[in-house]
Design a binder for this molecule. Sequence first.
Ligand code: ADP
Ligand code: MG
Length: 725
Amino acid sequence: METQSPQLTLLRIDGMSCAGCVRSVETALDSVPGVTLATVNFAGQTAAVTGTDNITDLIDAVQAVGYEASLFRDESVDHQELEAGLVLRRAMVKSALALIAALILMADMWLGLLPPLAEQSIWLTIGVATLVLMVYCGGQFYKGAWNALRHYSTTMDTLIALGTGTAWLYSMLVLLVPGLIPVQSHHQFFEAALFIIGFVGLGKALELNARTRSSLAIRKLFDMTPAYATLIGEAGDSLVPLEEIAAGQSVRIKPGENIPVDGKVLDGITTTNESMLTGESELVVKTYGSLVYAGTLNVEGSVVVEVNEVGESTRLAGISRLVSAAQNSKPAVAVLVDQITAVFVPIVLGLAVLTAALWLWLGPEPQLSYAIVTAMSVLIVACPCALGLAVPMSIMIGLGQAAKKGLLISNSNVLQMASKLDVMVLDKTGTLTMGKPDIVDSSGLTEQHLMQVHGLEIFSSHPLAQAIVQYCQGRNIAASDVSSFKNHVGGGVTGEADGRRLILGSPGFLKSQGIRNVPEIDAIGTIVSLGMDDQFIGYLLLQDKVRPETKAILQSLIKRGIQPIMLTGDREQVAKQVAAQVGIDEYHAEVSPDEKLIIIESLQSVGRCVGMVGDGINDAAALAQANVGFAMGLGTDIARESADVTLQGDSLNGIESTIKVSVKVLRNMHQNLFAAFAYNIVLIPVAAGLLYPSFNLLIDPALAGLAMALSSVTVVLNAGRLRSI
Ligand code: ADP
Ligand code: MG
């Protein structure tokens, strides 16, 4: 399964500390020649780049703006987990250190253990120690701010660095040149600076933890392929590393083992659990000729499997790549958030300066002290760290959960769109119906004709064709040699055999191919007619079964206010019957693939948000045009590639779950954005001192740091709730 555009490069980016960094990295990557799209996922610390595969250029560009980049390697989950654990521990230790130091300082002050500021030598020692701790525990903020400054930009690090830097510098000025500063303003802010570093660092550490956990969770889900396989060689069985296994070889798979490769059962019988691919936990029976997939679990039997695909080309690997690319994609709302962040920091800097100026001018004594405290609080409280997390956290967890349910969502905009759908266009054959029809009549066709029909249909991937081929095989009807085969999407197939021109397909298609005497056939079911040269020969009558879940799904769509419309290339008669059977009021029969597309476009042009479900080549254009395209899991490759969501279990149930997941993720995302913004919007004026005149209320810079950490924690916890959907 092709799941990735050929030129998608995944990079791992290190050193990004906030949403502002995301923009710098994206701009840098965008400016590399050839790049068509670069999206950075802050939560996953990765970048997805399309348009070029010149890794060195990309890495250079990222380094030039002050971050580290490397090709995203699929390291083992264990290794990543270990590394993430170490990073987290280090971050926690650093924050704890800063907080403890701040607490000691504060406690000493309360207990009156510290001498007055005039005791220069003691205070200078404390000042220097504070600086050392600030740099050691909060180095990331200063580095980030410096990087941004070098490129004339600002990030959230700028706010933290400026806030704590001002606190320290001011305190040192008070100590070193007390004469410069009015006596009433002789205060030190060492502990405030340390508290800020400690709290903000703590928030970051928690954030980091949640981030790695959610990106690893999904990787873990897919990291089910064992590292070794039992190769059946001439000298008997031997356990060899998976890298040494190649397509065409045979491997033995024992009960309880995870299947290491994609392949075909040659011998034995077993049942497998494919829930990691399909979301369905019901066991699947595998016998001779059945396909098995890497990562699924072999439950009870022992089988010999011929290897088709191994490693990166297995279905599992494809799905895993698709999911990480989707987690990297940005929904429209994230772009908006980025734009807001870009202007937010400079605005806050302006506000901090304004606040300081107003306090100096209008404030009570000691003005300078108040000015410094309020400006510092504004800088710290405004830092929209949680903002950068709000959207990606929800998306990563939401898409991961969706994948567990067997929904492959290929881009995150689906989440935004799926909850707005008000029409669902459904294809008939293979979508509403099973696409595995029985042949109930073969009127007018001799064995010779059936051989020709067989010969034609082995070239086609249409569900009807597959049914016909199976029918012929079941009756030991050989396939004639067919030349100049041509597929006419949505109509039928043509070719030449035994020196005659063969036309096979719907009655309408036969007419369009110049067959003269096509009769009106009054029978229930889909008709596939055979024409030879310009003569009608006979037809096959096929009856398909409606999927068992169809009716219930359509009912619940209608309940959600989504109108179902059926489109089919099949005859009016069959369309009408199926529509009545499943409870659809509006249907269009005998529509060509182009017409499917046009119907969707016209629905969109009157402002409707259109979903489309299909399985065939004839649905691909419509799937791509729809606001959200759903492809059946066992549908054709091209349908899956054109769609936004692949329903892995090959059941319509996934449509409902996609909508449900989307609604929940979207709501979660909005809550997150609200939480992230609410703290800032509410606290900035308070920090600036707006409530001081009437309530005597100010925010201590240390408290501001705590509030900020809290906003990150709120977002992380809230997004975590999605794990239970
Ligand atoms: P749907 O829109 O319901 O999935 P299609 O557009 O794929 O149906 O097909 C429409 C009609 O064209 C079918 O009912 C069938 O009669 C004819 N047809 C298409 N492809 C084939 C084929 N490979 N062999 C026989 N008939 C075909
Ligand atoms: Mg179809």
